[in-house]
Design a protein around this ligand. Sequence first.
Ligand code: GLA
Length: 338
Amino acid sequence: MSLKTAFGSRFKIGAAISRKNLNTKQRTDLLLKEFNSFTCENDMKPMFFLDEEENLKDAAKYNLSPKLRFDIAVPYLEFAKKNDIAMRGHTLVWHNQTPKWFFYEDYDENKNFASRDVMLSRLENYIKGVLTFVQDEYPDIIYAWDVVNEIIEEGDYRRSLWTKVVGEDFFIKAFEYARKYADKNVKLFYNDYNTFEEEKRDLILEKVLKPLMNKGLVDGMGMQSHLVLGEHDLDLYSKALDIYGKTGLEIQITELDIHIADNSDEAMDKLADMYEKLFKILVSAKDDRRADITSVTFWNLQDEDSWLTSFRKETSYPLLFHNEGEYKKAYYSVIKTA
Ligand code: GLA
């Protein structure tokens, strides 16, 4: 039994991996044994596709169509192709991990911001370049893209260089371009964190999903699902899942982990319980057709890899595996919900 065989009839099951994971046999063995999907933790973000050196060197040439590099993404795509494992693309547009120079006239931070028209052209050509490359060279590997990540914050659209230089509709434009260049079977997602909080959930529905759905530009809602043991309320989570589900969009759980900074037996029992509750919610929402969940991705493979340890500044034990591939109690509590 493995996660992918247990859940395979319901949804894909994945993990985020880093460059180091990709080059560590124990990690790739674990990934291929348990999962049928993966996401690049970082290496498909704009800062890694945008070729800084070339763009800055010849800004006139690349002003409207940034020079892209694919050498960082290729090893993941090759791995996926060779091992017949699917990928989620993450993320075409984000306020983070996108170089600041990208937003300036001549890619020069000492100059003014670029005009809206120039930025839209850069955005379109960026999306076109990334999608065309992966689709032409590695067809049918990436089944879904997070087109836009995290644009709702504090009761409104998040202020960022995107809203400043392009305007609040930049996300609509991004989805228009993604729709234009994505293969028909590639699903386009909006992705965000704390998507189960009522206020944020309603804003996402109203200010992001509704305008995109009216134009037929979005296929799915990505619920990141960075949870904290003892803090997050799974009733709210379940309610949000139903509400997003009612839109008819696909739902993908894109970045699942449950932070806990204690690895005592009691704490790990509690972690297992929370995962079990969560997966019962996911499975019943899918089986009862309340939410069309098509993929569930853990954010990292095993505890030692988790981003939470540096983010929270305390060692986190949030995943299903630890100690170089040992299965935790949480693994068994998840698999028994299938
Ligand atoms: C967000 C992003 C991810 C990742 C995590 C932290 O959730 O969407 O790409 O950066 O933060 O690792």
